[in-house]
Design a protein around this ligand. Structure first.
Ligand code: C5J
Length: 220
């Protein structure tokens, strides 16, 4: 066990049963011209976490621990995109519309792919998910069970949407969840802070939170 100084109390990292999961660090959310920007958001906020997230990823790779990447995207025929999701709000481009990086949030299009700075390498799991949570309509639960993973370190975007939803799903399934606070971001900084507070309140009711430095130190 390696002890990580975390909120609200120490997290005992069990290296034999832990994995890093990076949620939706896709061009469509992080780069100009993608889905995030079409919704009126400032993507520069999300770009700021790339160096810290890359450091966390490098530390997991160096330690030989499993890494999972997720991508929120849909089939080209939109059969897995509920109309209620596609039609909600007033984005300048909707899911499936042609944009600067191909069709918005469609599997196989450049915008739906992971940003180059965090690009998966051979042996890492890459999961496409149609929902906010990474367990819904994906084989994530089975893949983690096969690998005997019981702890998940979370990074990615956005904190209060896909990251928090997946943490809650994982927590309900019995995983111990640790959020890397400077490797996650929201288009709304106050929502990020509120999500971290909600996750760690009441004795880690959803999970723990620690900085990338604190996590990397424990992996050394
Ligand atoms: C959103 C996500 N915010 N990955 N997706 O629509 O958090």
């Amino acid at each position: 066990m390696a002890i990580i100084k975390a909120r609200p109390f120490d997290f005992d990292l069990d290296r034999d049963h832990a994995a890093l999961i990076i949620i939706d660090m896709q061009r469509d959310f992080v780069e100009p011209g993608g889905f995030g920007e079409t919704l009126g958001n400032k993507v520069a906020l999300l770009q700021a976490i790339i160096p810290a997230t890359a450091r966390l990823l490098a530390a997991f790779r160096a330690a030989g621990l499993p890494v999972i990447h997720t991508r929120e995207c849909h089939r080209p025929d939109l059969s897995d995109c509920p109309p209620a999701k596609r039609e909600r709000g007033k984005p300048s481009l909707r899911i499936g519309d042609p944009g600067h990086m191909g069709r918005i949030l469609i599997s196989g299009e450049p915008g739906a792919d992971i940003i180059p700075q965090l690009y998966p390498v051979d042996g890492e799991i890459v999961l496409d998910k149609p929902g906010k949570g990474a367990f819904y309509a994906t084989p994530l639960g089975e893949l983690l069970a096969e690998r005997k993973i019981r702890q998940l370190v979370f990074a990615g975007v956005t904190t209060e949407v896909c990251v928090q939803t997946t943490m809650r799903e994982a927590n309900d399934r019995g995983f111990e969840c640790l959020l890397a606070t400077d490797a996650t971001e929201s288009y709304f900084p106050e929502f990020k802070q509120a999500a971290i507070d909600m996750i760690t309140a009441q004795g880690a009711i959803v999970g723990w939170a620690a900085t990338v430095d604190q996590i990397v130190e424990a992996l050394d």
